[in-house]
Write a protein that binds this ligand. Structure first.
Ligand code: AMP
Ligand code: MN
Ligand code: MN
Ligand code: MN
Length: 278
């Protein structure tokens, strides 16, 4: 089967994306994307706004990118094909929204302890109606001239191991996978080579992911090397996992990616679209 043009991982203003859901949808149509999964961090608010008319000419797959904990680390799990009316899913998401708000206060306090002003209110405003995350702090820090770029904000203050990378009691990997499954969705381990783990450690994570019922793995996304791509394809084959691909698009300002842009993937019987479209 020849796959239509698709993108199974992207963000809107409902989380840390720059484009309103409708604007993102329009951009996807302009780029001739036929199948789109919007996967905001820990929220479904973006995709709830669409009317049937908005969705003309494009097939929307309800998705989410869950933040969860595994072995003192944070993993991102993309859920695709979700029943957005699942009460369990809705309860889980409202808990995450509260957790993120409490975390934002702690992030602001950590930044204060490093000599920065209190950015809580500004970051919250930046987040608007969406769920708040570290990128909103990075944007505020850049706008206030406290850092030279958003990436610099992560490098100095917010990234892995920095003070602003506040540890939270995120739901466990097992909990995240169960919620996706109970909402009728498929679970995909997002961007596996972006966690700064060795491949040995990553294999451990993937084993635990599949043992806990995880279905598939992203094997194509921006910023990966060809070697990573082929190693992930090999692991997926070995473990009989589904494979998925997406741009992880956040903003038109991020020149390294755009909707539909990732290393091309050949049609494969284990491609998650074959499952989602049947
Ligand atoms: P959070 O959801 O608050 O944990 O923030 C995670 C988000 O921050 C990711 O989804 C990315 O959009 C962004 N991010 C993480 N690390 C970096 C980085 N080093 N530079 C720029 N953005 C980053
Ligand atoms: Mn993000
Ligand atoms: Mn992610
Ligand atoms: Mn993402």
């Amino acid at each position: 089967m020849e796959l239509p043009k698709y993108d199974l991982h992207c963000h809107t203003t409902a989380s840390d994306g720059a484009l309103e859901p409708l604007v993102l949808l329009e951009r996807a149509k302009q780029k001739q994307i036929q199948i789109l999964a919007i996967t905001d961090h820990d929220t479904l608010a973006g995709i709830r706004q669409f009317t049937d008319q908005d969705l003309e000419g494009i097939q929307l797959i309800p998705g989410v990118e869950f933040t969860c904990a595994w072995n003192q680390r944070v993993l991102h799990i993309v859920g695709l094909g979700l029943n957005v009316d699942s009460e369990e899913l809705q309860g889980y998401l409202s808990n995450l929204a509260e957790l993120r708000l409490a975390r934002a206060r702690k992030v602001a306090d950590q930044l204060i302890s490093m000599g920065l002003p209190d950015l809580y209110q500004a970051a919250k405003e930046k987040g608007g109606d969406g769920v708040i995350g570290r990128p909103h702090f990075a944007q505020v820090m850049f706008e206030q001239g406290l850092v030279s770029s958003e990436q610099q904000a992560f490098k100095k203050y917010l990234g892995v191991g920095k003070k602003g990378d506040v540890k939270m009691e995120w739901p466990s990997l097992t909990e995240a996978l169960a919620v996706i499954k109970n909402a009728g969705g498929v679970s995909i381990l997002a961007h596996p080579t972006k966690y700064k783990m060795t491949f040995t450690k990553l294999r451990g994570a993937i084993n635990d992911f599949t043992d806990a019922g995880g279905d598939g793995i992203e094997v194509s996304y921006p910023g990966m090397t060809p070697d990573h791509h082929f190693q992930l394809l090999r692991i997926a084959k070995e473990k009989n996992m589904m494979i998925s691909a997406g741009s992880d698009f956040h903003s038109p300002n991020h020149t390294w990616t755009d909707l539909g842009k990732y290393p091309p993937l050949k049609s494969d019987e284990n491609h998650v679209l074959n499952y989602l479209l049947n």
